[in-house]
Design a protein. Structure first.
Lengths: 392, 141, 527
């Protein structure tokens, strides 16, 4: 029989080819160790599928801690800067490959979740529209708050999304890289969901402006988002240390500013204004926030702050970064307080005590989830007091 | 075997040994030559097999008489002059289920040429999209 | 609560039409271009000599959620096939042993390219200014994670279910021992991520993906199928369903700089460098894997190369861009010569150094030798008769004490490593486009196999300083190197690599290698 075959013949199903193949196969398997990556230390009791498919895909030499390769880079940047290097961050690690997404999501699991969310979003929007629920929405809330300010908040999410690009390029570990890309995609998804809601409203409400012009004007020139715009720009384009980008965005700015805007403003208030649509989208964003929190607290608390060799140093550095980014975030929140003057007041909901209670929830959460685990001391009452000075 | 110049084994590919080498190493073949063809690789699947046989080689065969389809085991290899287009609303009707342009992309394995989507239509063209021809956004009412 | 005119209109509209309404992906996507804003320090962290346009479009109009849905459907199909029917029919144990070995290399090395492409497209996402272009690169970032996981899944599946798990189960650790690794890193790792961002895009997308993924990920599936492997087509053809968006990204990168004055100055040089960089490794390695790593052959590698690289990529991508000043790569003539001969040259060297691999290699049978001679006239005189000599000296038998590397030493055919591509070559015994050039810089000698790499090094030697395996291993005994690089099976003594796939043949152990006392030397020191 000729060894050249073509026209789509398959060794699995073609009897002649299959007979040749089967005759060549060893009677017994040649190797008994069947577990891929058997040499690695798993996070849990056994190596799981996520660890098999993701860990040690980073091909760094052993002079970047965790790497299995040897020697130099085979091609460098113009001028000789290395492909990846320890100098890309001020953080130190004994093993840059140690991080795990607590949900152990490799790509297939990540997109499966998001695909389900999309399918349900499509069905939800159909039900909402057929039900005529939009009729109950307060017009000021709808036209000004959702049309302008929710749209403007989309730029905050979009800017944070872009801050992940250099992290994805520069970070020193495989699981770090994959997690960073996923939490980055979630941020652009948030921005797209905001525009999706606005496009949807434009379909249901004749005259509702679908264009991004007004929100962009609010974001770039308005006072309410001035502080947040500046923080986002600084995280996105002025910060080069990939760990500092993740820390400033996900351990300071988003848990405080993002959480207040999403959960305590848009989601909490929407029902008071007859809006049952916005919470649907915000709750997806809140799911992403909680998943991201699991990822970044693993990166910074479980791995870096607990590193046997560098934990103390890393913790001190996190305090320095918190001191740098917290005041900026407080300014962003203070500026955002101006939004309460733009909406119809509801006693016990949008008045100062209610806002203060909302701020307390956000700062308590932040203290519990982000500050306490690294021993960072912040006078949250004083911070809240500063924020409240932004109320008009 | 097809005699079309777009066939998998056309031209120099039909030659072997020294005859192949002579043409392969000939002076005229030491630089690239502009081609107005497009190549599409479709991973075989239940839906793709229907698209190939019942639309591209069926109802829409007259749209592009230069189209060649060849069986390469796991995939269909398609080559045509100019462009190949698939309207997924037609595919939906054929399959009896919703089949979006992104469902088609699930099994579109490779493209040589400029491929794009607009609405529910997938196009691969030899035109230089973005340079000679502007890429359009979806227009809504 | 006051009812505004708009609310009344909405109410009226509902009275007329109560049909459910949703929002399609493209209805959101058409606003993407307006998602960014100008601010003073809005510039990329990765410099490029080109200026990318602000209005570059994305060809497939995806948003995050529709991307996820589409990919999820792909995954349901491929993982469903693997976990269900292919497992039930015991497909992993119906693959020809030679091909089982090839997939150790192909899948793992492709994984490295995919992994590095995550970082590469992160850089491009940062560099692009148009939000649609950023969106295209972002989609690619996620795709590359998918592909990394998919390639890993192939090795994982073969390890779990196949006939020889060794090498599949630890490729990420053992791959660094041998002579193919550093070249792979240059072409698939550093070549994608270290340099001018647009230059990296040309390497990754316009050449790597638009050109070489077609043989590497598409054509390979026909070879796999012929040799009994239906796992690889299931996964690789699904990988390639993402590549078309990557090719579009690469093309749109060119579109974004087409009107930039820098393009007329630099684009052809960058394109030629990228083409040579990619072909220098892919051409011989893929040809070797296809032809020498299979039992059943689909067609000569040179034909595969001629179709996908020369005729289709050359004509349909590069040729069509001619009117925008894009020229046929100057290195094409040498590349074509390599496509005909370089994989035969490389197999000789890879086989000579077989103990450093993480896979088993097999010398051609008499039947295969006939096939090679028929398709590559002159093959027997150059290669076939040498293999006959090696076989006669017992190269497959652990008791022979013969490693084919000795043949090169005995016949005074030194093997060098090209400093830029890191690809090994034997200038005195090859038919591909390799000739020896040696240059000295800062007291260190560097060997080069061709003018194209030499030119790259001459203009920027600081980019290509990496030591090669002969420099790294100089003075070390071979069995020590293998043990240190974890090149052993789970019994702790048998090598993962072997010089045959004969099921009745004896397997070499570390002791067999130790007895030969093969010590590495740096050929440049002898010059």
């Amino acid at each position: 029989m000729s060894i050249e075959v073509s026209g789509g013949r398959r060794g699995l199903t073609d009897p002649a080819l299959a007979a040749t193949i089967l005759a060549a196969i060893p009677d017994q398997p040649l190797e008994t160790q069947r577990k891929m990556n058997y040499f690695m230390t798993p996070r849990g009791k056994r190596i799981n599928e996520y660890e098999v498919l993701c860990c040690y895909t980073q091909p760094t030499p052993d002079w970047i801690p965790g790497g299995l390769d040897w020697g130099d880079w085979t091609q460098k940047f113009h001028g000789g800067r290395p492909s990846w290097s320890n100098e890309s961050t001020e953080m130190r690690s004994s093993d840059w490959l140690k991080h795990r997404d607590p949900a152990f999501r490799w790509h297939a699991l990540y997109v499966k979740d998001k695909a389900e969310e999309w399918r349900y979003t499509d069905r939800f929007l159909k039900a909402y529209s057929a039900d005529g629920q939009v009729r109950s929405m307060d017009p000021v809330w709808r036209d000004e708050v959702l049309g302008d300010y929710l749209g403007a908040f989309g730029f905050s999410e979009y800017g944070l999304f872009n801050s992940h690009s250099s992290v994805v390029r520069d970070c020193l570990g495989d699981t770090l890289r994959m997690s960073s890309a996923m939490i980055g995609l979630d941020k652009v998804d948030n921005a797209q969901m905001i525009q999706m809601e606005r496009t949807f409203l434009a379909k249901l409400v004749p005259g509702f402006p679908e264009s991004t012009d007004i929100p962009k004007n609010e974001w770039t020139k308005g006072a309410i988002f001035k502080g947040s715009r500046e923080v986002v720009q600084q995280i996105w384009q002025e910060t080069y240390d990939w760990n500092e980008i993740l820390f400033s965005g996900h351990m300071i700015y988003d848990p405080l500013f993002g959480q207040f805007v999403r959960r305590e403003f848009f989601s909490r208030l929407s029902s008071y204004y007859g809006d049952t649509l916005t919470p649907f989208f915000i709750n997806q964003m809140q799911l992403y926030f909680s998943q991201t929190k699991g990822i970044t607290t693993d990166m910074f608390h479980t791995c870096l702050a607990s590193d046997e060799a560098f934990g103390d140093y890393n913790t001190r550095l996190m305090h320095v970064w918190a001191n740098k980014w917290l005041p900026r975030t407080i300014t962003a929140l203070k500026d955002f307080m101006g939004i309460f003057a733009k909406i119809p007041e509801i006693q016990g909901v949008t008045d100062k005590p209610a806002i203060e209670a909302a701020l307390n929830r956000v700062f308590d959460d932040w203290k519990h989830d982000f500050a306490d685990p690294i021993g960072y001391k912040a006078d949250t009452a004083a911070l809240i007091k500063t924020v409240l000075t932004g109320l008009k | 075997m097809s005699t079309s110049s777009n066939a998998y084994g056309a031209g120099i590919m039909a030659k072997t040994g020294k005859a192949f080498a002579d043409e392969y190493f000939s002076e005229e073949n030491q630089t690239v030559h502009e081609s107005n063809e497009v190549v599409l690789v479709l991973k075989k699947s239940d839906e793709i097999n229907s698209v190939v046989h019942e639309i591209l080689l069926g109802d829409r065969k007259a749209d592009n008489p230069t189209l060649i389809v060849e069986d390469r085991a796991g995939y269909w290899w398609l080559k045509a002059t100019g462009k190949i287009e698939v309207d997924c609303t037609e595919v939906s009707e054929l399959l009896g289920k919703h089949f979006s342009v992104y469902d088609l992309l699930v099994d579109v394995s490779s493209t040589i040429g400029r491929a794009y989507t607009l609405g529910e239509t997938f196009t691969i063209t030899s035109e230089l999209m973005g340079l000679d021809v502007k890429l359009q956004d979806l227009q809504t009412a | 609560m006051a009812i505004s005119a708009a609310t009344k209109a909405a109410t009226d509209a509902l009275a007329v039409n109560r049909a459910p309404v949703s929002v399609g992906a493209q209805e959101v996507h058409r606003w993407m271009q307006s998602f960014t804003w100008d601010f003073e320090k809005n510039r990329t962290k990765y410099s490029t000599k080109y200026k990318m346009a602000n209005d570059t479009k994305e060809q497939f109009k995806l948003i995050a959620k529709e991307y996820a849905r589409m990919e999820s459907v792909k995954d349901e199909r491929q993982f469903g096939s693997l976990q269900d029917v292919l497992t039930r029919v015991d497909a992993a144990n119906r693959v020809h042993p030679k091909w089982n070995e090839s997939m150790k290399v192909i899948s793992n090395f492709l994984e490295v390219g995919e992994y590095n492409a995550i970082a590469a497209t992160g850089m491009l996402w940062d560099s692009a200014t148009a939000p649609e272009q950023k969106n295209g690169y972002l989609g690619q970032v996620l795709d590359e994670i998918r592909h990394t996981n998919q390639c890993g899944y192939i090795n994982y599946y073969f390890a779990k279910q196949g006939q020889d798990a060794a090498g599949h189960n630890d490729a990420r650790r053992t791959r660094a021992i041998g002579p193919l690794w550093k070249g792979m890193k240059r072409v698939f790792s550093d070549g994608f991520i270290s340099g001018d961002a647009v230059e990296c895009s040309i390497n990754l997308q316009l050449v790597g993906e638009a050109c070489f993924t077609n043989p590497l990920i598409v054509a390979v599936t026909e070879w796999a199928s012929a040799n009994g492997d239906e796992m690889t087509p299931t996964v690789f053809l699904s990988i390639e369903t993402d590549e078309l968006r990557h090719m579009a990204n690469g093309y749109q990168t060119v579109v974004s700089i087409a009107n930039d004055a820098a393009a007329s100055k630099y684009l052809n040089t960058d394109l030629n460098n990228a083409f040579w960089t990619q072909q220098k490794y892919f051409t011989p390695v893929l040809g070797m894997m296809f032809e020498y790593g299979s039992h059943f052959k689909v067609e000569p590698w040179v034909k595969t190369w001629n179709r996908w690289v020369y005729e289709d990529w050359g004509g349909i991508w590069i040729g069509r861009l001619g009117k925008y000043g894009v020229q046929s790569p100057a290195s094409l003539r040498d590349a074509k010569k390599d496509a005909y001969w370089a994989h035969h040259d490389l197999f000789m060297l890879a086989y000579a150094l077989w103990p450093t691999g993480f896979f088993r290699l097999t010398l051609p049978t008499a039947e295969e030798a006939e096939w090679y001679e028929a398709n590559y006239p002159g093959w027997y005189d150059m290669y076939g008769k040498v293999y006959e000599e090696w076989k006669a000296r017992g190269c497959e038998d652990p008791n022979s004490g013969f490693l084919p590397l000795q043949w090169f030493i005995e016949n005074n055919h030194p093997i060098y490593i090209d400093r830029v591509s890191q690809v090994p070559f034997c200038p005195s015994y090859c038919k591909g486009a390799s000739t020896l050039r040696v240059l000295e810089f800062n007291g260190k000698k560097h060997s080069f196999s061709d003018q194209w790499g030499e030119r790259m090094w001459l203009s920027e030697p600081e980019r290509y300083e990496c030591q090669n395996i002969f420099e790294q291993y100089e003075g070390r005994e071979l069995s020590e190197v293998i043990a240190e690089g974890h090149g052993l099976r789970s019994d702790g003594k048998t090598l993962i690599s072997q010089p045959h796939t004969n099921k009745d043949g004896k397997l070499w152990t570390l002791d067999d290698i130790k007895k030969i006392n093969c010590v590495f030397s740096d050929p440049l020191k002898a010059l």
